[in-house]
Structure formats: C-alpha cells, structure tokens
Design a protein around this ligand. Structure first.
Ligand SMILES: Nc1ncnc2c1ncn2[C@@H]1O[C@H](COP(=O)(O)OP(=O)(O)OP(=O)(O)O)[C@@H](O)[C@H]1O
Ligand SMILES: [Mg+2]
Length: 508
C-alpha cells in the first residue's frame, strides 16, 4: 500500500524552543494514525506544518508522492488536506452554515452566494451527524461542545483526502464522541487518510490503526495498535514506568456552599446542592445539561432568575466575578481561549492575576511572591516553556490549561470550581493535577468539578451530582459513583412532563 501523505525529516524551531526534530511518518489511506505524547511534545506543531500554517525549519511534506510547496493553509485545503485545529476557529458572529462553508461558499450561476443551497447542505451534514443544531444558529450562542461539532461538520463537508483532527474529543461527552467516531469510521471506509491527536488512550483501540509516539519533539516509537497495549504506549510517551493515581479518602468538613432552587430562565431550574470543605464534588451529565451555566451563575458571571446562595452559612448575592473572587471563590472555565487566559501575557502575569487582591501589599504588586509562585507551579504541573516570562499564546494547548489550573490553585480561594479541568491534559500531568486537587481539599478547600469524563469522576470524586436538561437528576455517594449510575441519571428523563427548560440545542 502506498502512503497518501508523508512527512520526511521534519524539524521546527521557535526562538528558544526545538519543537520538532527529524520527524518522519507515512500515513496510509483508509487508516487512522494517532499522534500521542505529553503536553508540548510537538503534535500540534506537526499538524500545523502539514496544514501549511507553519513552515518547517527543515524537511518536507509529501502528498501523493509529490513534495508540497503550499504557501497558505488554503493551498493545503485545496489539495485535499482538511484540518481541525486544537483551538476552535469558528467565527462567532457567523451562522453555523456560514462557518461550515466559510471560504468555499456555494455560488449561483450569477456568481452570488447561493444561501439556500449552503443552508440546506449544511443542515444535511448536521442531520447526518445526528446533531440537534440548526444551520441558521449564530455560533456565538453555541456551547464549546457544539462549536467543536460544527468544526467537525465543516471538515466532513470538505470530503478531503486527508483529514486531521487535533484533540477533537477534549470538549465532547460520550454522546458526541460516539457520533464523531461514527463519522471517522465512514471516512475511513471511503479511504480517507486520517490523523488523530488524543490524550485519551482508550480511544486508540476504538478508531486508530497505528500510532506514533512523540516525546520532546522526537518520534520515539511507532506501533500498530493491535500489536501494542496501552501501558506500553504510556510508558514510551513518558519515558518511564508511570504509577497510577490512587485516591485517598477524604472526610468532609463544614459546609462551604449551599444553593437552593437556583433558576435561570431557559437554562436551568430548581437546582439545589451543597459542597463541603475537604471534599471534591463532581458534576456529571451530558454536554448541554446546564452544568457550566449553573457554575457561571454562582460565580456572578451571569444573573440568576431566582434562588438562594449561601456561603459559609450566610446568604450572599454575588454581583460579579470580582466579587466572587473577593469572597474566596475561583472558577476555571472550560473555554480557555475566551475566558481563561490572557494569551498576550506571560505565564507569570496569568498566574498572578486573580491573586492580586490577596497578595498585593499596600497597593503594590508583590513581585517576589509572583515569581516564586509561578516557578513553583511551573515545576509542580510540569508546564513546558523556556521560563515564566513565556507568552501564554505560545504554549501548547495542554500547557495553557496547566497555567489556568495553576492560577486558581495558587489563588488562595477556598472554593474552587473547575469546569472540565483536565481537558487536553496528558496522562502524566493529570495524575499530578489530581494529587494537587487532593492537597487542596486536604488543606480545607472545597472543589466542585464539572467533568464529562466519567472515568475521571469515578477516580477523583467524593460525591457526585448529575444534571440533565437543566435539572438536577441525582446525587451519588462515593460508593454509588459508577458508570452505570452516571449514565442512567444523565439521560433525559421522559416523565411525560413538558416543563423542560431547555429548547432544541442552539436554536434561535
Ligand atoms: N508559536 C510558537 N512560538 C513559540 N513556541 C511554540 C509555538 N508553538 C508551539 N511552541 C512550542 O513548541 C512545543 C510543542 O508544542 P505543541 O503545541 O506542538 O505541543 P503538543 O504536543 O500539541 O501539546 P498539547 O498536548 O499540550 O497540545 C511547546 O514547547 C510549545 O511551547
Ligand atoms: Mg496540541
């Protein structure tokens, strides 16, 4: 079998960083080839070179036996290489249909945009994927997961020869992942060459045929998936045997947060729960169940329609996020580029930001504290960068996420709300992060963790709530947290009532 796409002896250097060294891989038609490796190993950089977003320092990309001399990403796309990047590139002010056909809009005979055809074709792709998204919806109204599915629809609509997916599942839940895998299978059956980046090892045996392992910019191994086990892959990724994270038992202490009958019109209703010091409380559910919306409302980022919030036993009215931070609440959002991180600022500045109210002295920034703390967390979470003065925009996706986690762990807050905290974080750093979460609650903090990753909830949560369609459907104790319980509570209850607050997702 001839490879469709080849990369040969690729190297890429950024100032002070060797991102890739001498990478050669052959990609075959009808196969899905996984790229795996720790955060910052070089996976996305290789993908950007394939997509002609970056020029390699050395080496070449070969398509159908010919060396590619693409000038722009559009040239690569025209030649049949479609890429979904790790960070969404959806334009929020355009509709779903406009985004799917951006740059390749269908035209009428007179050369004008054929909007009817564009919208019908876009809807057909969305329906085919089993998505409940209307093609006319403005993308700014969609959730992170829905945006990700629109990205995937966009690539599918291109019928490209080579399809590259950089961590497509990191913001998706089981249901969307199933639908994505179905599409991957179809594309493979149509002889498409697929390249797939993931940190979820379990996905490899489901949809991939081969995998290349990256470590510090080098390709350290290539395996056929059916000839290798997961542990071998993880070990060669990390370069040593990796111990598993074992959850210690926590004893819940006094109540930190209690909310009663929270409602936000059209988003969620009647949500009551509590979180104690000394415990990790998980929120499970399908994407779109309303978990993020509840957390944002508690944090003061959006307004509640009704309901009561008690902090340490006292009723509070949190006006805005700054007010929440002053009261000792932190929220690490799921959408790091939009709300989590200042990309044009350094690692140090980002980590220090929410800490200013706690650590500034007489109105002056506490410089030694900032430097020390940033360096401490850079070490603890293994943030891969030349130093704390590196701009966050230049970090790999997973390392950006580590900066967000650092800034909140360091913030001295008492209640930490984490929305999909390990999205895009590699297996090794995950274990480190779980240990830091444990330390945080051991020291008397309280954590609420929204996660769509069920194995993660089973691994770290002391207690779990499940939401479905804007309502709380159950509470589980540590011993009741099983995949079966989480799934059955997450799936919409058909109790015949028509009070469901949530409309068809994303519909105007
Ligand atoms: N534009 C850039 N400028 C400077 N350094 C960069 C740039 N892009 C990437 N890097 C660096 O190159 C290295 C590889 O990054 P890359 O994004 O390829 O990692 P990755 O394997 O995709 O990691 P992740 O799993 O976290 O997404 C990192 O050290 C990163 O900081
Ligand atoms: Mg990446």
């Amino acid at each position: 079998m001839q490879p469709v796409l080849q990369v040969k002896n690729i190297a890429k250097e950024f100032p002070g960083v060797k991102a890739l060294e001498d990478i050669s891989i052959d990609f075959y038609p009808g196969e899905c080839h996984a790229l795996v490796g720790e955060n910052g190993a070089g996976k996305s950089t290789l993908i950007k070179i394939i997509a002609s977003i970056y020029k390699p320092t050395r080496g070449e990309v070969i398509l159908d036996g010919k060396v590619c001399n693409f000038k722009t990403p559009k040239d690569a796309l025209d030649a049949g290489i479609a890429v979904i990047q790790q960070e969404t590139s959806i334009a929020p002010h355009l509709t779903v249909a406009e985004n799917i056909y951006l740059g390749c809009e269908p035209k009428q005979k007179n050369g004008l945009l054929d909007r009817k055809k564009m919208e019908a074709d876009a809807q057909a792709v969305l329906d085919e994927m089993g998505l409940e998204i209307d093609a006319h919806t403005l993308c700014s109204t969609l959730t992170a997961a829905q945006l990700q599915m629109v990205e995937i629809a966009k690539v599918i609509s291109k019928h490209a020869k080579v399809v590259v997916l950089d961590e497509p599942t990191s913001s998706l839940s089981e249901k969307e992942i199933d639908s994505l895998f179905e599409q991957v299978r179809k594309m493979k059956a149509a002889n498409t060459t697929m390249i797939y980046v993931t940190h979820r090892m379990a996905e490899l045996s489901i949809i991939c045929e081969r995998c290349s392992i990256f470590r510090d910019g080098l390709k350290v191994a290539e395996y056929k998936i059916n000839e290798v086990d997961e542990q071998t892959i993880v070990n060669s990724m990390v370069g040593r045997e990796l111990g598993a994270f074992v959850k210690p038992d926590h004893t819940a202490k006094q109540e930190v947060l209690r909310v009663e009958k929270l409602c936000q019109k059209g988003k969620f209703e009647n949500v009551s729960f509590h979180a104690n010091a000394g415990e990790i409380v998980a929120f499970s559910g399908l994407v779109g169940a309303g978990r993020t919306e509840v957390m944002e409302a508690i944090f003061g980022a959006t307004k509640l329609t009704s309901g009561k919030v008690y902090l340490n036993g006292e009723e509070v009215h949190i006006k805005n996020p700054a007010d929440a931070i002053r009261r000792g609440i932190g929220l690490a959002t799921e959408d790091r580029r939009r709300t989590g991180l200042l990309l044009t600022k350094t690692i140090e500045e980002n980590i220090a930001l929410p800490n200013l109210p706690f650590h500034a002295k007489n109105g002056f920034v506490n410089v030694p504290w900032e430097k020390e703390t940033s360096e401490e967390y850079m070490g603890k979470l293994k943030i891969k960068a030349p130093n704390i003065l590196t701009l966050c925009g230049n970090l790999s996706g997973g390392n950006q996420q580590k900066v967000i986690l650092s800034k909140w762990l360091a913030a001295g807050v008492k209640l930490l709300i984490l929305d999909e905290p390990t999205k895009g974080i590699d297996v090794n750093a995950r274990a480190e992060f779980y240990a830091l979460m444990d330390q945080f609650v051991e020291e008397g903090g309280s954590i609420i963790m929204v996660s769509s990753d069920m194995p993660e909830i089973i691994k770290v949560a002391d207690r779990a709530y499940v939401m479905s369609e804007g309502r709380l459907t159950g509470e589980l104790t540590r011993s009741e947290i099983t995949e079966l319980n989480l799934i059955s509570l997450a799936n919409p209850v058909s109790d015949g009532s028509d009070k469901k607050p949530k409309k068809k997702a994303g519909k105007k």
